[in-house]
Design a protein around this ligand. Structure first.
Ligand code: KIV
Ligand code: ZN
Length: 391
């Protein structure tokens, strides 16, 4: 039987945190870690202990506090890094040591100045050391998508034999196309067999991180590495909320399950935005301010009659309290009447027509109309009306 459970490896506190404007101190990482547990992630990658004492302390603190999910720490493929990561994970109930080395010729030649054989030997040695210190080891072949497939297969087989439980094939520079990434994943799943979990780790440089991660799952990957709000190096990582909601919404085409409690997606996004320097762009899928907002009159009319006309997800499913009808120059009478009613004004058709004219004249001049401006229009037009419940 095909295993349809996909593990969510959250790297908000590691790959996400290492991007501009996203750094978090220990207490902020701990707050976020608790939110990630509520959300139901399978693994929290808490940091890169060799990078700084703050990162070491964060991994150590999260390891002590978090008992229900796997806690991962990153280490380059060298004993100094691996030992430091293992020390930071010492108190974790379910530790995972994540070691990596670049495998593409471009990285080997210009960055590491190593031969393929050297990188392979160092990968194997790091996995062996990690296995002696921590039972659960993940190996990442950095820049896997620009690596020669024969060599990558050799590396994958060797680290599997050395004891890695998970092999991650990152699209480090966000270069891959979905069909290409799927082919790579399919090939390596076949090469290493079912006892190893193949993991997808995609960056969003071409806006394909989510699509690539999804295709990876269809090709046999059973772990997705992703972040809240899609934060991460450069254009970011695969957005957790997007990939999870695709799997939930399109079970007809992608029948895979995660352990995510989707009602916590929006609260997790809000907490992250509060902690770091920025939130998601307003039109970001799932958690953006406009993800469940409707301004066009035709859409507002449709949603008021039947939500599913223009919404494929009930906002409550992701923890957003309600859809929002934004009143602006594209809005129609139906939405305006509803807003007036919510504010305690029950209008006749003639009254609504007159107020609507005033409203569109104002909406032509400015972006977005607030409730107090609507109240002013209603009062000016209908001086005798008294709102019963102005909000
Ligand atoms: O993008 C990448 O290659 C990484 C690895 C360190 C896993 O983040
Ligand atoms: Zn990455």
């Amino acid at each position: 039987m095909i295993n349809s459970r996909v593990h969510i490896f959250d790297t908000t506190l590691r790959d996400g945190e290492q991007s501009p404007g996203c750094s978090m101190d220990v207490s902020e990482k701990i707050r976020m870690a608790h939110k990630l547990i509520e959300l139901g992630v399978d693994t929290i990658e808490a940091g890169f202990p060799i990078a700084s004492s703050g990162d070491f302390d964060a991994v150590d603190a999260i390891s002590r506090e978090v008992t229900s999910v796997r806690v991962a720490a990153l280490a380059r493929a060298c004993s100094l890094d691996v030992e430091r990561a293992a020390r930071a994970l010492h108190h974790a109930r379910k530790p995972c040591l994540h070691t990596f080395i670049a495998t593409s010729d471009i990285h080997l030649k210009f960055k590491l100045k190593k031969t393929r054989q050297q990188a392979l030997d160092e990968a194997v040695a790091a996995v062996e050391t990690a296995r002696m210190l921590v039972g659960d080891v993940e190996f990442s072949a950095e820049d896997a998508t620009r690596t020669d497939w024969n060599y990558l297969e050799e590396v994958c087989r060797a680290v599997a034999a050395a004891g890695a439980r998970t092999i991650n094939l990152p699209d480090t520079v966000g270069y891959s196309l979905p069909a290409e990434y799927a082919a790579l994943i399919r090939h390596m799943v076949k090469a290493v067999g079912n006892s190893i979990t193949i993991s997808a780790h995609c960056h969003d440089d071409l806006g394909l991180a989510v699509a690539n991660s999804l295709e990876a799952v269809r090709a046999g990957a059973r772990q997705i590495e992703c972040t809240i709000n899609g934060i991460g190096e450069r254009a970011g990582n695969c957005s957790l909320e997007e990939v999870v909601m695709i799997l939930k919404t399109r079970q007809d085409k992608v029948p895979y399950q995660t352990g995510i409690v989707t009602e916590h997606l929006y609260p997790a996004s809000l907490l992250l935005s509060e902690i770091i320097a920025f939130g998601p762009q307003p039109n970001k899928a799932i958690v953006g301010e406009n993800a469940f907002a409707h301004e066009a009159g035709i859409h507002q009319d449709g949603v008021l009659k039947e939500r599913s006309t223009y919404e494929i997800i009930d906002p409550k499913t992701v923890g957003v309290p309600n859809s929002r009808l934004v009143l602006g120059k594209h809005s129609g009478r139906h939405a305006l009447a509803k807003r007036c009613q919510e504010m305690g004004f029950t209008l006749s058709r003639d009254e609504l027509d007159r107020i609507y004219q005033q409203f569109t004249a104002l909406a032509d001049r400015k972006k977005g109309i607030q409730n107090d401006e609507i109240v002013q229009i209603v009062r000016a037009e209908m001086q005798y009306l008294q709102p019963t419940d102005v909000v």
